[in-house]
Structures are given as C-alpha cells and as structure tokens.
Ligand binder design. Sequence first.
Ligand code: SF4
Length: 230
Amino acid sequence: MLEFELMTFVLHQSTETQPEIVETIQGEGVHTGVPSFFIRLQGCSVHCFFCDEKETWINRENNSIEAETDEIIDQLEIMNSLLKRVVITGGEPTEQPVAKLIKALQAKSYEVAIETAGTGEYTQEILDNEDLFVTFSPKEIYSKSSSIQDQRIWSRADELKFVIANQEAEQYLLQQVLPKLKAANNSCPIFLVPDWYNQETTKGQVLVLCKQYPGHFRMGFQLHKQLGVY
Ligand code: SF4
C-alpha cells in the first residue's frame, strides 16, 4: 500500500519528455552548498521583471508536463537513491496543492524545502509541518499582479530571501519586511540578494544595507549562478 496520496502535479518541462527535476547543489541561503534535488513546478502569477524562470509563468500550456507523485519519487530514486534532500521551487509552488507532494516526499524520508514568494494559500498542512524548511522571498514590490494574501507566512518562514533590484526595494524592506517579521516574532535569517542582472548597482546597495543595519541582514549570493551550475 502507498504511504502517500497519488496526485498529479504540473512540472516545468526540461526536455521534450522530461519534467525538470535536477540534481545539483543549493545555491542560496543557509543551506548553500548542500547537494539537493530541485523540482521545478510550473506556474507563477507573480511576474517579477528580473525573473530568470519566465518560461514557468504559463501554466498547463507550453513547457509543462504532468507527473504523478509516485513518478516524481521514482525519478528521484533513479537519479540518485542516496540523495535525500529535495527543494521544491517554481514558478510559485503554492499555486498547486504542494502540501501533498511535500507529504509524499517526507513519507519516503526526504528532507524537503520549499521556495515561495508567499502569494499562495498556506494550508494548515504546510504551516504545521515542522520538518519542512520554508524559504520565503517576498516579491510584492516587484509584482503588479500578486500580493501576499496569507500573512501567516511571515511567522512560518525559516529564512527570508529578499532580492534588491531597485531603490524602492530598500523602502519596502525597511518599512514592510522588517516590521512584519518583528510583529510575527520571527527572527529568521534575512538574506539580501543583489539582482543578478543589475549587479553593478545592486551589489553596492546590499553592502550598504548590511553595514547600516548590522545584525539584521546577511549578504546573499547565488552560488549556482557564480559557478555556472544549474
Ligand atoms: S516569484 Fe519567482 S518564479 Fe515567479 S516571477 Fe518572481 S522570480 Fe519568477
């Protein structure tokens, strides 16, 4: 008997027949350098201007492939049965019933992390799942179409990753992000990540913020991009 519910998910398609499931290293945050599978779910309504995964925006039309929970897990085991860490990313993973996928992976002893912009609905299954690592990357400031509906994400986040892509981002960080985390009594690490495509300016902004507010922020970087791996 299966230990988890069978369910179909829409994944980003990496080749004509294969869903995007990649074995690589975690490139950001507190788990930087840790070998991990990345499962990229299709669909994101946030539409940040700096997004380097724009092909995940269109759901169920182009570039997507359906896979059942057991097919996803089989694929992981074929790729590397020794690796037991999975990062679910997107797109925006919470635009699909991702709690079921998390539960299925955990039932098979995978350590699971999720990367979210906080725009989805956070089911109790996600909020109460203490074994799940949540990377929250608020993007409202960069999105005309999405906002954070479920404020519980501010207390659930295990780390916060905030992309600095323009001057307005600083205001949002200081006037929204910090007060909301404080109100949620969450002292998780906050990584400030310079927008990769505008590093000349954004790297300097991040350095200044880290120096001006010691104890609040860490400089974030994207090791996978710097190394040129997935
Ligand atoms: S939330 Fe992530 S996937 Fe969605 S548009 Fe922004 S950067 Fe791209």
